[in-house]
Design a binder for this molecule. Sequence first.
Ligand code: UDP
Length: 310
Amino acid sequence: MKKILITGAAGFLGSNLCKKLINDNYLICLDNFYTGSKENIKPFLNNSNFKFIKHDIITPIDIECDEIYNLACPASPIHYQKDPIYTLNCSIKGVENMLHLANKYNAKILQASTSEVYGNPLIHPQEEEYFGNVNPVGIRSCYDEGKRVAETMLFDNHRTKKTKIKIARIFNTYGLNMQKDDGRVISNFITQALLNKDITVYGDGSQTRSFCYCEDLIDGLIKLMNAPDSLNTPVNLGCDGEYTILDLAKIIIKKTNSKSKIIFKNLPSDDPVKRKPNLKKAKTFLNWQPITPLDIGLDYTINWFRRIIL
Ligand code: UDP
């Protein structure tokens, strides 16, 4: 059985990854509950394939393992902007600590990177060769630049120490185990709609995003981890159906039969205008593409939120 280290295991993606891997692998899971929740890991606590250690990856730790999924980092804008220096350190000190383990135990490391490395992109859709348009001193840069440094650290370790690396550039993802107050658009809109509160569209709502259902994304991460060692270029994982935020608000109001009305609030600075992944690499090298249409994924997510907030 493989020994797999998962950081950020109590988070949204981490807990969904545990669910998928736990039957066939031994999981050593870390989280400091900065944004993750105990609820998310409750189903695994009595499973003999699951070991949990409350730990912040900024502090070194020694764990023998075959694979590392490094997902630990606050990921929603309100969370990662709350303590920007902490966010930077997750991507710098945290990644350094995980690379140390990868090198010590010759383990493969998959780094959760992000579409934010493209910043406010000037090309559309975004392909992995694009170097991005990131404001290095803006309010998003603690996350964007942190993740860019993380990618650099993986590559430099690969070049100098032959570390086995995988880099997933994760685009907007939604689904079960999101925090209802994490501030991201889908969790905000669904919570607001179910409670018949105003739906807060930032700006005029013409900015676009492409939303991937969490189970699809997790399948992509696992395929990337299991791809041949020679595949170490960053790979976009996400969905390429593109929606304006205003349209998303209308879809969610309709699906929830909500009485909410849409209100417009200030657009946060450096909010990307357009975002959609070019998925050619994932399709070609991983034989992966998302299969859950937004319509269906939203139904699953709305039902889940209904259970936890109503
Ligand atoms: N957004 C919004 N209302 C909200 C939350 C987010 O209009 O209540 C917008 C946000 O400004 C951005 C998009 O929705 O343009 C996606 O935001 P999110 O925080 O989910 O992810 P991002 O892609 O910005 O990291």
